[in-house]
Design a protein around this ligand. Structure first.
Ligand code: NDP
Ligand code: 8X3
Length: 250
């Protein structure tokens, strides 16, 4: 029987590429995000291959999360795979100049949002005694870089949550995969720099960054591993990258 995946942040970048890759291997999709027009467009595209439904909610709002997930029709209630991908960086500045709204957006979205969604999905997985959660962390979760303290803190939290989830949920036959990408060319930098296209473009200049489908390939590898294998943690760089801010550019 086909599996069902719920993917947060499926409206662009890594989440969208993962949805497309899952559709290729016959995984039915619950696509989540806030941009309704994109959810509808992607549903239309991927429905040609698998069953697709969409949920529009902000991961920062637990009421919205609980309402959306509990509103799923009976045929969507058995969720085999959860990809906790929604998240972004907001701003890049020394801690003393940090903007409170940016801090809230990162801590509430990248950390609390991931927890809220997991909390809503876990009772079903525990009841089934099976499941697989993929948490999208970052190189920022492994090493802190200047001007990125709060984003890095949010991703270090993701790393700790992945470890803790594995410790608590392995006994329920739920696998946890933590994936930490380096520089991936998505809308990530556009969001970080509040829509400044010039600034966002510069992040990826002079080297070949990862593309969203490179990370989707790794997610597919993790979720299709044999039942007795857990891919616990992956750090994935573009070939030109050697550290969070060490990138060899032409
Ligand atoms: P994008 O900006 O392209 O995608 C972010 C996705 O998250 C969008 O689909 C967006 O959907 C969703 N999202 C953001 N905030 C919320 C929210 N509050 N509620 C619901 N959905 C939200 O970036 P990426 O694909 O690059 O980012 C995906 C993940 O990968 C993030 O967790 C990011 O931190 C991580 N990452 C990215 C790297 C990179 O270099 N690009 C490297 C390492 C990790 P919508 O706006 O429709 O809600
Ligand atoms: C995204 C990669 O290096 O901009 O998590 O933090 S980085």
């Amino acid at each position: 029987m086909s599996k069902t995946a719920l993917i947060t942040g499926a409206t662009s970048g890594i989440g969208l590429a993962t949805a497309q890759a899952f559709a290729e291997i016959n995984i039915n999709l619950i696509l989540c995000g806030r941009r309704q027009d994109r959810l509808e467009e992607i549903q239309k595209e991927l429905s040609k291959k698998v069953k697709v439904t969409t949920l529009n909610f902000d991961v920062r709002n637990n009421q919205e999360v609980v309402h959306a997930i509990s509103s799923l029709a009976e045929e969507w209630k058995t969720i085999d795979l959860l990809v906790n991908n929604a998240g972004n960086a907001h701003g890049l500045s020394p801690i003393q100049d940090g903007d409170l709204a940016d801090w809230d957006a990162m801590i509430d979205g990248n950390v609390k949002g991931l927890l809220y969604v997991s909390k809503a999905i876990l009772p079903g997985m525990i009841k089934q005694q099976s499941g697989h959660i993929v948490n999208i962390s970052s190189i920022a979760g492994k090493e802190t870089y200047a001007n990125g303290a709060v984003y890095c803190a949010s991703k270090k939290a993701v790393e700790a949550i992945s470890e803790g989830m594995r410790l608590d949920l392995t006994q329920h036959r739920i696998k946890i995969t933590n994936i930490a990408p380096g520089a991936v060319e998505t809308e990530f930098s556009l969001v970080r720099f509040q829509g400044d296209r010039e600034k966002a473009k510069k992040v990826y200049e002079g080297f070949q960054p990862l593309q969203a489908n490179d990370i989707a390939d790794a997610i597919v590898y993790a979720v299709t591993a044999p039942a007795h294998v857990t891919i616990a943690d992956l750090l994935i760089y573009p070939a030109a990258q050697a550290g969070p801010t060490t990138i060899y550019r032409k």
